[in-house]
Design a protein around this ligand. Structure first.
Ligand code: FMN
Length: 250
């Protein structure tokens, strides 16, 4: 596999739902496993585990059949869903950068037998495999992304180079539950309040995905980045939103 530029991949990736069901070869799977061990968390105090599964290890797949899946398991701790989203999005971009298709799957889960192989809580799946047509793997321009405008996702006016990649992040049902405030070296991330527990869970994963894009963009522009919990930002959420985390960008 080629070396990766995750930043560039942000501007062309898309979800892949039609796969060549032939399994990837052993070398490719070994390289994927090796990369999986290098993923960065938001919070390294949260224990996580990732497993590569095949179709037989996953329940009810009427529409989205892929040769492989990554299942993320995590310790259930403050911020664990966002942390898992952050980590697994690094894999989504890694796949795309290497001409492998992938798609987040929130609608199903591993079989009971597979679930019992981890002591940690199952969080989410990412399907992956060779696309049926390689052309269908990428978008040609950002105009092909169906996303909210920057004004809809933030009131920061001088950080478009970070906010645009965050806004291109995939999210469950393309809901884009994020809003960003701050500026001058700090970005506070908020999540829209959800009606159901299921939505809330998915939105927290989505927030980690957007934070991953923000973090990759900040690093791309040579910034020193650090995740922090900002009490003032936490106590002042925009109406209808709640606080997730802040990114110090210096
Ligand atoms: C947490 C999460 C769960 C998702 N679950 C599903 C799913 O169950 N089935 C599906 O077809 N797509 C699923 N998606 C993919 C989204 O529908 C997709 O990312 C969104 O529509 C934006 O499109 P794009 O990824 O092509 O940019 C999920 C995405 C996320 C982030």
């Amino acid at each position: 596999m080629k070396q990766i530029n995750l930043y560039e991949t942000i501007f062309k990736r898309k979800s892949m739902r039609r796969y060549d069901l032939t399994p990837l070869n052993k070398n490719t799977l070994a390289e994927i496993s090796a990369y999986m061990r290098t993923l960065k968390p938001i919070d390294d105090n949260i224990t996580t585990e990732m497993k590569i599964l095949s179709q037989k290890d996953v329940k009810n797949l009427p529409t989205l059949k892929a040769p492989h899946y990554i299942a993320v398991f995590s310790e259930n701790k403050e911020g664990y869903l966002t942390n898992a989203g952050f980590m697994l999005q690094q894999m989504d971009l890694f796949f795309s950068a290497n001409d492998i298709g992938s798609c987040w799957i929130g609608m199903t889960k591993p079989t009971e037998k597979t679930l019992s192989t981890s002591k940690l809580e199952f969080v989410i799946l990412l399907a992956f495999g060779k696309p049926i047509e390689i052309e269908s793997l990428y978008r040609e321009s950002t105009s092909e992304f169906n996303r909210k405008s920057l004004e809809q996702i933030s009131n920061i006016t001088n950080a478009n180079e970070l906010l645009e990649p965050a806004g291109l992040a995939p999210s469950s049902g393309n809901n884009q539950p994020w809003f960003f405030t701050g500026g001058d070296g700090i970005i506070h991330a908020y999540c829209v309040k959800s009606i159901t527990i299921m939505y809330k869970r998915m939105h927290m994963i989505d927030m980690g995905i957007a934070m991953c894009h923000l973090w990759i963009a900040a690093k791309h522009f040579g910034k020193k980045v650090e995740f922090i919990n900002d009490i003032a930002a936490q106590n002042n959420p925009p109406e209808g939103y709640y606080y997730i985390v802040s990114l110090n960008v210096k």
